[in-house]
Ligand binder design. Structure first.
Ligand code: GDP
Ligand code: CA
Length: 304
C-alpha cells in the first residue's frame, strides 16, 4: 500500500524536498504550502511559495529555485515605461499563470480550486494545497519598529533588517483549505520540509486547526534548513537568532517545540545528536540541489 506523506512547505527549500518525495515510488504525496507571502502585484494575485512548489514539482523552476526556467522579462521591463515599481521580477511565462489565477479568482474561485487546475495544467500528480483559502499575511516588525509586509522585508529590503516580531495577520480567522486536515489526519507521516521555520512554517501553523492536527499526529518529522549551522540561502538563521530561538540545531528544535518527534540535520551538524528536548536528532546528508539527492534523503527518512 502506498505510504501517505504530508509535507508542510515554504518555497525553494520545501519544494526541493517535495520533488524528492515525489520521486519515491509508492508515496502518495500531499504538500501544504505557506500563503503568508501572497501579495497583489500589478493587480495580479501572486502566491510565491505555491508557484515555486508547482514549478519545482513540474521540473520547470528557474535557476535560483523560483520562477520559471528559461523565462524572459519583456513585460516586466516594459512596465518601467509607466513608472511602475518592477523590482519584484515576474517573467513572461510566470505572468501567464498569475493572469490565469487572478481571472479565475475574480470569477469567484478559491485559491485551492485554482491551484488544482494549475497542478493539472503542469501534469503534477501530487496533491498541492494552500494552507488556507483565507488571507494570512506575514508582517515583519523590525528592530527599528517598522512594520513591513513580507515582500517589502524580503525583496525590497533584501531581508537586511533584524526582526523583532512576526505577526500573521488574518490567521486567527483563517480556516484550513479544503483537504488539509483530512490529509494530515490520514497521513502515515507528516514531514516539515527544510523551509525557513519562522517565515515559512509558522504562518502555516498560525492556522489553529492546522497546528492542532499536527500536534495530535503521532509521527511528525522535520528537516533542518541549516547546513553547517547556516542557511543555504535566505535569512532563517538570522531570524531565529533575532527571535531568541538560539542558533543551529537547537534553534530549529525550539522553533518546532512540542510539534515534532524527529529532526533530520545535515551530517556536518551532528552535534547535538540523540535526544534533545524530547526530539530525536538524526544526521544524514541534507544537501538536496537536485531531484536525485532529494529522493535519496526522502528514502532514508522513510526508512526511519
Ligand atoms: P522560500 O519561501 O523560498 O524562502 O523557501 P523555504 O522557506 O521553503 O526554504 C528556504 C530554506 O531552504 C532556507 O533556509 C535554506 O537554508 C533551505 N534550503 C535550500 N536548499 C537547501 C538544501 O539543499 N538543503 C537544506 N537542508 N536546506 C536547504
Ligand atoms: Ca516564501
Amino acid at each position: 500500500m502506498a505510504l501517505r506523506i504530508v509535507e508542510l512547505s515554504g518555497g525553494v527549500g520545501g519544494a526541493r524536498f517535495a520533488r524528492g518525495l515525489d520521486a519515491v515510488s509508492d508515496v502518495e504525496l500531499t504538500v501544504v504550502v505557506n500563503v503568508g507571502d501572497d501579495l497583489p502585484t500589478h493587480g495580479l494575485y501572486v502566491t510565491p511559495d505555491l508557484d515555486t512548489m508547482v514549478y519545482t514539482l513540474a521540473g520547470l523552476e528557474g535557476p535560483q529555485g523560483w520562477g520559471r526556467a528559461a523565462d524572459s522579462f519583456v513585460v516586466n521591463a516594459e512596465l518601467a515605461r509607466f513608472g511602475v515599481d518592477n523590482r519584484f521580477q515576474l517573467g513572461d511565462l510566470d505572468l501567464a499563470l498569475k493572469i490565469f489565477r487572478t481571472a479565475r479568482m475574480g470569477a469567484g474561485q478559491r485559491l485551492s480550486e485554482v491551484t488544482d487546475s494549475v497542478r493539472t495544467g503542469f501534469g503534477i500528480v501530487a496533491t498541492v494545497l494552500p494552507a488556507s483559502d483565507d488571507p494570512v499575511r506575514t508582517i515583519v516588525t523590525t528592530r527599528e519598529g517598522a512594520r513591513l509586509g513580507f515582500q517589502a522585508y524580503f525583496v525590497e529590503r533584501q531581508h537586511r533588517d533584524h526582526v523583532l516580531r512576526l505577526d500573521f495577520d488574518g490567521a486567527d480567522l483563517a480556516r484550513p483549505a479544503p483537504g488539509v486536515i483530512e490529509a494530515i489526519d490520514s497521513a502515515d507521516v507528516v514531514i516539515i520540509g527544510p523551509s525557513n521555520p519562522p517565515l515559512s512554517i509558522w504562518p502555516i501553523l498560525a492556522v489553529a486547526e492546522i497546528e492542532a492536527a499536527i500536534r495530535r499526529h503521532p509521527r511528525v518529522m522535520a528537516v533542518s534548513p541549516l547546513i553547517g549551522g547556516k542557511t543555504v540561502r535566505g535569512p532563517a538563521d538570522v531570524v531565529m537568532a533575532d527571535l531568541g530561538l538560539g542558533t543551529g540545531t537547537r534553534a530549529v528544535i525550539a522553533a518546532y517545540r512540542g510539534l515534532i518527534d524527529l529532526l533530520v540535520v545535515d551530517s556536518g551538524d551532528a552535534e547535538p545528536s540523540g535526544e534533545v528536548d524530547g526530539v530525536t536528532v538524526v544526521s544524514m546528508s541534507t544537501s538536496i540541489p537536485g531531484r536525485e539527492e532529494a529522493a535519496e534523503l526522502a528514502r532514508r527518512m522513510i526508512a526511519l
